[in-house]
Ligand binder design. Sequence first.
Ligand code: HEC
Ligand code: HEC
Length: 427
Amino acid sequence: MALGSGVRRRQSVWGRTMWGGLAVGVLAFAAVGSALSAPPSSASAGMSRAEVRRQVEGLTALGRAMFLDPALSASGKLACSSCHAPDHGFGPPNALPVQMGGGDMAQPGGRAVPSLTYLQDVPPFTEHFFDSEDDSDESVDNGPTGGLTWDGRVDRGADQAAIPLLSAFEMGNATPDEVVTHALAAGYGDPLRRIYGDAILADRPALYAGILKAFEVYEQDAASFYPYTSKYDAFLAGQATLTPQEARGLDLFNDPAKGNCAECHISQRGNDGTPPQFTDAGMIAIGIPRNAEIPANADPAYFDLGVCGPLRTDLANHPEYCGLFRTPSLRNVALRQTFFHNGAIHSLREAVAFYVTRETDPGRWYPRNPDGSLRKYDDLPPQYQANINLDPPFDRHPGDAPALTDAEIDDVVAFMKTLTDGYDPHS
Ligand code: HEC
Ligand code: HEC
């Protein structure tokens, strides 16, 4: 088994989490750090560990309840879970490239809904990521890495939660105060008071901050968001055997001369034994075809350029970041029906086929101009196309054999299906 082959450069980022610099395994304390920095809690100073634990449990339960509750949206119809469905790895429950939202539930989004599983180790966004794993070269700058959303524009779960709550095409609240009004009307005043103390009920900005914090703490609930219960985890623990096809798929996934997937989607344990995340959180341009099904793309002048904008605004003067999106974890990816930041691809098999034929048969993926010439990389203006990644399996040319045969693509797909949580080794 070629476990580990093909893994180079980027490694996982154990020990640095966006939730306050604490490693996995000390979940309760990571959450505690967050809870303590929460809004005016008369209780935050001098709390006993038991009190802190109770506060974390309270925030987790509150975050979970609100996550499932459409009452926090302007329409009263859209919950976080409407887009991030728990039984789909907290990804989209349908094959739509983008979801509908807003006060009238008729406003289309601009990006595919990412899974919310295995975000606990995504480091805060940095333009220069240096790896601290023992066997990697710490002097190598891996470039822009980390942060939440496809472009890494926020670091904390609380800041992230504000985006959908206030987005005109998602939950549609006009102001933070409207979020508070909806939350109080839905009965969340009482849990907020029990968690933060009576005084919070008279402090609307603090109530809003407390609501956001509850989402952040809930998203750190290991049993829900990073349970490590896939067949691959059981395999790594010696409690399951891969089928011959899955094992071939793993080898192809790792092999630098074949899929080379593990270069970015890390498949081996960290040096401290922690299970692989199947991402290095790196920002990479892979040239996904433009998706005409996204209404914003009806305007030929509109481009979602990822790290350089337009949703992200702080790096707009960095043309070298245009087209870059954060590498997602492939854990639970088989529960999705729409893939990549713009949802242009609708099956796992097509996703793998894209990697191995983007360069060998670009006409399969990109449209033609009226004069018959190919509009390769059609979702990235020509001046940014030098940003597109050419590492294997993208290191080929038209007419070359793809890095994977059709049968090998099936093998890689079979392997990725072992990354779905909820496997029962005794079934
Ligand atoms: C209308 C669909 C929709 C709703 C409702 C929604 N989200 Fe999202 N969510 C998205 C999309 C789309 C993205 C990617 C946004 C981007 O990249 O700009 C996202 C991104 C995220 C991320 C970052 C994931 C990552 O990979 O970095 C988190 C965390 C998240 N949402 C949590 C929530 C929470 C909490 C709520 C409820 C308060 C919520 N979402 C409601 C569609 C939705
Ligand atoms: C050079 C880094 C890199 C390599 C190598 C790589 N990927 Fe990716 N992968 C990414 C990035 C970046 C994205 C998101 C790109 C986007 O949406 O624009 C992604 C997205 C995906 C997705 C979509 C996941 C989702 O949630 O929508 C799948 C599936 C996937 N990769 C599978 C693979 C497989 C299989 C291989 C090997 C054949 C592979 N990747 C090789 C960087 C890489």
